[in-house]
Design a protein around this ligand. Structure first.
Ligand code: DHB
Ligand code: FE
Length: 289
């Protein structure tokens, strides 16, 4: 596809699954560099059970050689296109998140997804996310307080916020967007409060011109996530929570392809009195470390 800006100048609409995937793979490999010690007993138990589950599926469905070869070709292509971070975070991460966070008493978590980048600009306790002069979308004032489970406000907590733009694209993963577009880090003030000025994101469509899209199409599923804000909130002595917030009444809330919506995470922004956009509050509660 050639953008409206001409053949040489790509726009975010020209995003391709392979390019988005390659970027996501590169960022993930950077994050995962350290690696952990191998516990052979856990690897044997988990990998063994995963293979047994696959064997059971093959028997249950009388899988044929053409189907086995289709699977093999598809797995190879997902890797070649770098789409594993997209595929896994859409179809698998939500169960890891639910398992890991099962015993929290504070704010609900949700999946991180493949598009978090550490090191976004610091914006103090109140500020505007970096955005283009003509950034499309309804302006949104999003504020709140960070507290402990015992109810104390937490000054000096950090609230990292990143989200897609009004077309559903993320900076650093789609072409032509400024490096830190719609990404920033807030630090709560003496009362534990922060305020972010941004624009409401649009629903996000999994890049569908690659292998993940092929599977979605072959199965007759849709490729959409509801509009969402991504957050990482943490404070000294407390557990980091990685979560997402959604918008009531939005499309795909009931059919998120990534199964990552929880009722506690749905915002209801209201129009501001001065007509300059919407506003909403959400307080975060952190579990002790
Ligand atoms: C994916 C994208 C997201 O924005 C998200 O929140 C979760 C998953 C993905 O493309 O895999
Ligand atoms: Fe996302």
């Amino acid at each position: 596809m050639i953008s409206a800006q001409g053949p040489d100048q790509l726009s975010e609409r020209d995003a391709k699954a392979a390019e988005t995937g390659a970027n996501a793979t590169r960022y993930f490999q950077e994050k995962a560099k350290a690696g952990g010690a191998v516990d052979h007993a856990r690897v044997a138990a988990i990998a063994g059970d995963a293979l047994t589950a696959l064997h059971d599926v093959i028997r249950k469905h009388d899988v044929t050689y053409p189907e086995y070869d289709a699977l093999k070709g598809w797995l190879i292509q997902v890797g070649l296109d770098g789409e594993w971070p997209l595929f896994l975070d859409v179809f698998v991460e939500h169960v890891v998140e639910a398992t890991v966070n099962a015993n929290r008493h504070g704010s609900k978590g949700s999946i991180e997804g493949p598009f978090y980048v550490p090191g976004a600009p610091d914006l103090g306790s109140e500020g505007t996310l970096p955005m283009r002069d003509d950034e499309p979308g309804t302006p949104l004032d999003f504020g709140g307080q960070v507290r402990s489970v015992s109810g104390e406000p937490l000054p000096g907590a950090t609230v990292e916020l990143w989200h897609a733009d009004d077309l559903g694209f993320y900076s650093q993963f789609a072409p032509a967007l400024p490096e830190w577009n719609l990404r920033g880090v807030f630090t709560t003030d003496d009362s534990g409060s922060f305020t972010a000025h941004t624009v409401q994101p649009a629903p996000y469509q999994i890049p569908h011109d690659g292998s993940t899209g092929k599977l979605i199409e072959a199965a007759g599923w849709h490729a959409w996530r509801p509009a969402h804000l991504h957050l990482k909130v943490c404070a000294p002595g407390h557990q980091l929570v990685t979560t997402q917030l959604y918008f009531s009444g939005g499309d795909y809330l009931e059919s998120d392809i990534a199964s990552a919506v929880k009722p506690e995470l749905v915002l209801s922004p209201q129009p501001k009195a001065d007509g300059s956009g919407n506003e909403v509050r959400y307080d975060f509660v952190l579990d002790p470390a």
